[in-house]
Design a protein around this ligand. Sequence first.
Ligand code: MG
Length: 203
Amino acid sequence: MKIICIGRNYVDHAHELNNPVPKSPLIFMKPSTAMLMDGKPFYHPEFSQNIHHEIELVLKIRKNGKHIHPKFASDYYDEIGLGIDFTARDIQDQLKEKGQPWEMAKAFDHSAVVGGFVPKPQLGDVTNLEFSLLKNDVEVQRGNSRDLIFSFDYLVEYISKFFTLQIGDLIYTGTPAGVGPVKQGDKLVGLIGELPLLECEIK
Ligand code: MG
């Protein structure tokens, strides 16, 4: 399986890091070894002094597809959940400055926290999904899928032009504003609406 991530898919987050708002989806990937599941703790790596949380809505791909027609895109994901795209912001800043790829900052072990998933019918209108992240019981990020620059369906269509989507692939659809550092002892909880779907302690 693969993890496909979208960068700068909310205007407020693009602005908070002084990045331009993209005209087409900004795509990067994480390997399967980046996954951290089942509420396991995240061990803060030594190579970074500035690991940031990025809470994101995550699509779980349910069937294989390439060149997916927009009309059928929504049929390719039947569950939506939450993930954290952990980012070594200090390393990313260095890589961006040099114009180099982001993998060292984005694709390291356990950089993709995966929480629980909910079948779409239980979520109601998926184009209006409110989600949030609490750090030590204080809300630090809040977003809504209606504010996505590139919608879920457009992402599925667009990504599938370049990469065959396969059963079990995950699409991290981008983070809203409020990203910030984590430190040892922090407890992160992600929610869709009022429903807690993700927990991660930093060790
Ligand atoms: Mg992200």
